[in-house]
Design a protein around this ligand. Structure first.
Ligand code: FAD
Length: 403
């Protein structure tokens, strides 16, 4: 028996014996699960048991080295594990920005002490991380950020404000970009810092949205003392680290969308049958048939591309500017998919909540609205296209082209 088959058999037996029955069949995707952290309350005991037993075997970060809490698996074995989880409908035991963004970045750029301190806690789902990049005047033009960090002995003192910081109120630590050299060219004066949200001077405030629910916060940093040991990479060299993390983020957004799209063809067809009153046979509207097939083909092509990209990341190559392909293609594909779902639902696609709307129609409205944010978060589509034009295709910028 080949080694990978032996691993598959072993993992299948282990999951069948140990995985909590209550969680089987609850999987919604590779990035949908327990976010962990010290502030998580009222968590189902089976979810906590599942997290602990998976973390114990290193299966929450299967390809990370064992000494940092991973399982040291090859890309192929990690894929087998994921397939076995999917087969039983089991959710990932821990999810979040620790596993998908700051963890891989620390593996690439962190000191040994930073890796030993942070990575095992991420694998065990003990610490939840948030991302302190955007500022009120620095979104697409991230390098113009103004949060200042001034050296003071063996620490930096940080003052400034971050915005759109998803789930900062539920997070324990924040990874942050700060300006350490105001005189340098803007990308060259930035440092990448890790900050404990409990440090005096850190305040996270929720931003209320019209829907009532909001993942967003603004984070205020007032005289926050951050030890120099919490700098990732070089002082004033944070832009390199920041870009590497964005590569992981953009790949993750593309991959998450790829996973969500997997069942969409069947959903679109069943929605169309319900709304058009066509229980069997071909759907009556040929343009709709065409749109559903076109969507299905695009989704399959995207899923295969994601799979190839995933193999690249798991074999230890940090995603470069090419990750923007996944981000822009996935987020725009998702928008087209939910546009189609809402078009199929007709007036039923206007529901937000309340009686008179089927659960699938409510999901379509909400996902359609949420998909608008996918082309903004992690860098807008315009910015991704600019990165692809300049850094992947090597095209000249407008200025270089003489415009
Ligand atoms: C759901 C969601 C979650 C988020 N979570 C986080 C988070 O956790 N942490 C964090 O730091 N940030 C987060 N953000 C913020 C996100 O990174 C920014 O919204 C994004 O980078 C865009 O910046 P902005 O909102 O300032 O828009 P702007 O930069 O003001 O852009 C406005 C418009 O102008 C266009 N534009 C700007 N510059 C150019 C250009 N050079 N060429 C062509 N077009 C251009 C943009 O494409 C956009 O359409 C989140 C955003 C969303 C929607």
């Amino acid at each position: 028996m080949a080694l990978d088959e032996a691993f598959g058999d072993e993992v299948r037996r282990w999951l069948e014996e140990h995985a909590p029955r209550s969680l089987r069949g609850t999987r919604r995707g590779r990035f949908d699960g327990f976010w962990g952290g010290r502030k998580a309350t009222g968590v189902d005991p089976d979810v906590l048991r599942w997290r602990d037993m998976m973390a114990e075997r290193g299966f929450t970060a299967p390809t990370w080295p064992r000494q940092y809490g991973g399982a040291g698996l090859s890309a192929a074995d990690a894929r087998t594990l994921d397939q076995e989880l999917a087969r039983l409908g089991l959710p990932p035991a821990v999810v979040g920005f620790g596993l998908t963004m700051i963890g891989p970045t620390l593996l690439d750029y962190g000191t040994e002490a930073q890796k030993r301190r942070h990575l095992p806690a991420i694998c065990r789902g003990e610490i939840r991380w948030c991302q302190g990049y955007s500022e009120p005047q620095a979104g697409s033009d991230l390098a113009s950020l103004r949060t200042r960090a001034v050296p003071d002995g063996d620490a930096f003192v940080v003052d400034g404000q971050k915005v759109w910081t998803s789930y900062a109120d539920l997070s324990d630590w924040i990874f942050c970009l700060v300006r350490t050299d105001p005189a340098a060219k803007k990308q060259q004066g930035i440092t990448f810092l890790l900050i404990d949200m409990e440090t005096p001077g850190v305040t996270a405030r929720r931003i209320a949205l019209i829907s009532g629910a909001s993942p967003f916060c603004e984070v205020f940093l007032e005289g926050v003392r951050v030890p120099r040991a919490q700098v990732v990479g070089e002082v004033n060299g944070g832009w390199t680290v920041a870009k590497a993390l964005l590569g992981y983020e953009r790949s993750m957004i593309g991959e998450a969308i790829g996973g969500q799209l997997a069942t969409s063809e069947a959903q679109l067809v069943s929605g169309a049958r319900r709304h058009l009153g066509a229980a069997a046979g071909p759907l009556p509207d040929p343009s709709l048939r065409d749109a559903i097939v076109r969507n299905a083909m695009d989704e399959r092509a995207f899923a295969l591309t994601i799979e190839r990209a995933r193999q690249g990341v798991q074999s230890g190559r940090a995603p470069g500017p090419e990750s923007s392909i996944m981000k822009v293609a996935g987020s725009e594909l998702k928008q087209r998919r939910w546009e189609l779902a809402v078009r199929i639902a007709g007036p039923a696609g206007l529901g937000w909540e309340g009686p008179g709307f089927a659960a699938d129609d409510l999901e379509a409205t909400r996902e359609w609205l949420r998909s608008r944010a996918n082309t903004i978060e992690g860098g807008t589509s315009e910015i991704q296209l600019d990165i692809l034009a300049r850094r992947v295709l090597g095209l000249p910028s407008g200025k270089e082209a003489g415009r």
